[in-house]
Design a protein around this ligand. Sequence first.
Ligand code: ATP
Ligand code: MG
Length: 423
Amino acid sequence: MNNPKLQAVRGMNDILPDEAQLWLWFEDTVRNWLEGYGYRNIRMPLVEPTALFKRAIGEVTDIVEKEMYSFTDELNGDELTLRPEGTASCVRAVLQHNLLYNAPQRLYYSGPMFRHERPQKGRYRQFHQVGVEALGFAGPDIDAEQIVMCARLWKELGIRDVTLQINTLGDASSRHRHREKLIAYFERYADQLDADAQRRLHSNPLRILDSKNPAMQDIIAGAPRLMDELDAEAVEHFDAVQAILKSRGIPFEINPRLVRGLDYYNRTVFEWVTTRLGAQGTICAGGRYDGLIEQIGGKPQPACGFAMGVERLLALIQEDGMQNPPAGLDVYVVHQGEQARDMAWRVAELLRDDGLRVLLHCGGGGFKSQMKKADGSTAVCAAIIGDDEAAANVVMLKPLRVQAEQQRVDLADIRQKIRELIK
Ligand code: ATP
Ligand code: MG
């Protein structure tokens, strides 16, 4: 019998310690940024009833048609799915726990999402999103605020070369009118539509506009525009969003073809796009979804949100040459001898009491080989302890990153001396 090597599932990545440093820095930055706008963290399960996504995202979307990891719970027959996105779960949790009872909510979450896609650069089967949702807000101010806050984040992350595209999908009545016109238009070109478009012609013709097939572009270019069907309220809402963006100095481009991949959007939709990641150029996408809460069984409430693709953002940051922030260590404790070992443990814990980051040498070996490891670490100094030092209750402190002699330090003074070295 052959014994195939066990490897991670295709399209699902390990994030190794060197790279994880960048993730940690990113996560800290994002968390501070969100708190700066009054968003609060919420955490939902990775697995939800399949019916939730079918109802929220829509049966005739890429995600529900072909990208979900769905399975039957063998124990009780429940139909379950690994979450492909977070909005549906977030709204489900908010309704289940009645969080909108007396106040709107600004919420965020982050974590892995799962979609069965063809893996390529910037497109994975397990990928990570930071999702931001404002629930219970009707006005254009919250749409604009979410866009403005993105612009701030790009600055804080040092990301350049992203552009903002916005569009409005109008409301149900205008979408309905537009849908009828689209179907009539595309029916005239039925023999030139690709298989995807033919399938969507009657189920979800709006999505044909989103097609990436070059052969379809001419037909799409001539299609009736939703812009021409908008109701006055939707126009007013969209104008107000644009006015705030202009007053905040945020450049944008109106892209009438921006329809988004999920069914639940209405009115404002937006995407932040870069040309630097090849075909996978959308790093952040979102918009208003006033119908979703009711669709999932709640009392109708407006809402607006967006999600960022973490892998794509980090790829962009790395392209800009950002170095991984080093894993910080303050002290490497070197020790040899039995009394020394006992003292080394005490010293390491004492320093940790003080908030220092300490690596206690484990695995034995002589001073020389231990010092080599200390040098190769990121520690700022080595605390060296032999049995002589242990007997005298002192530590030899050796700076590792600057030229300086080692010094003999009383145990009572060690924290002070180390603080002087690392500042
Ligand atoms: P795309 O058109 O690239 O498939 P999407 O419309 O399916 O994107 P959303 O559902 O809006 O994407 O998800 C928000 C963001 O999450 C995307 O803009 C992208 O940055 C990221 N994202 C989506 N799918 C993947 C994936 N398979 N791998 C990595 N990142 C992804
Ligand atoms: Mg997709």
